[in-house]
Write a protein that binds this ligand. Sequence first.
Ligand code: NZQ
Ligand code: ZN
Length: 388
Amino acid sequence: MYNFNFYNPTRIFFGKEQLGKIDKFVPADARVLITFGGGSAKKSGLIDKVKTVLGSRTVFEFGGIEPNPRYETLMKAVEVVRSEKIDFILAVGGGSVIDGTKFISLASFYNGDCSDLLKFGFMPIPLDVVSKVVPFGTVLTLPATGSEMNHGAVISFEHGKFAVMCELAFPKFSILDPTITFTLPKIQVANGVIDTFVHTTEQYITFPVDARIQDRMAEGILQTLIEIGEITIAEQENYDARANLVWSSTMALNGIIGTGVPQDWTTHMIGHELTALFGIDHGQTLAIIYPAVLEVRREKKRAKLLQYAERVWHITSGTEDEKIDLAIVKTREFFESLGIKTHLSEYGVTKDKIPVIVEQLKAHGLTALSETQDLNLEISQKILEIAF
Ligand code: NZQ
Ligand code: ZN
């Protein structure tokens, strides 16, 4: 196991009827900005409930944070924070609203051009660049990204999606009430299952470092998703199934399973380009790319693929290659069982776009991906051809 440094200060309130906790953890005299998306949280009455809990505090609203939140939209919220002297933000939404709120929180006290904050990628923004932020909490409405308990955000700017990490970007608290997610369209639930699955595998199917706890936690999340995936899509109000999805999503990307192990974010990096270029949902991009990554990288990932085949899919007979083949087939079939297509061509993208995607990877400096950093543009091209 590698050395690691683990820090996660986010307080979690999980379960039914937890909204009231907001009252205790938002300062009584705060000037609060509620951030939300395109309207689902208004329509469901959630924003009104949140405002009721906030009681006599001075409350402002900023709606319209779009999926794959855009820098320009978020900067409008930064203006509101600055002009209204907001001192607490409450994000009510999915990954996009929470990520957007992290950016608003980081940018509000930044004196320079805020697009500077998009240039650090996976390197955390140093605390001498951003030393003061607006504290924020979240009410999660979509289980998928883990953003409710991590310090990362993904922001759309010009023609790309940019990772932003900062130790000051952890939510102060997150309310995880599975019943709040019952209003989700089935497609978003399926996207969430796949996002959670691939977050887990990108920290698990790499190469062994004898990290037994992390491996078994990852296997536990994957098995849970396989058990509840179809049920939580078919039975929108099945509390137990949804509760297990919500906690799986949070646990998959709150840092715990990624401690002390190699990580491979190839699928996410290529997937982000597909979203930026063609507007394909984040979860769908992962369903397209991941089976192809496993196929192309089967030798590099051989030991962990065999472990995955045996422990997650219980494949115990056949040669090593047959086990790996079957594990890849089962992964693709699982994504498809959730109603998500796994080929790029099924999303209206034509083959002549593959070089365009590769060019975008190059333009964004994504030329040495994977746990061994030897996944170059040629290999990305091959992955895209198989994913087609
Ligand atoms: O905007 P509204 O009207 O709220 O509708 C949203 C949106 O259209 C809807 N929705 C959310 N909760 C709902 C609901 N509809 C009905 N009932 C509810 N309870 O769902 C749609 C998608 O929402 P979005 O927030 O975009 O989805 P998700 O949570 O999947 O977030 C995706 C974003 O997160 C980033 C992705 O790149 C993408 O930008 N990621 C963030 C990560 C992180 N911070 O750690 C890691 C991930 O890998 C990911 O990259
Ligand atoms: Zn993701």
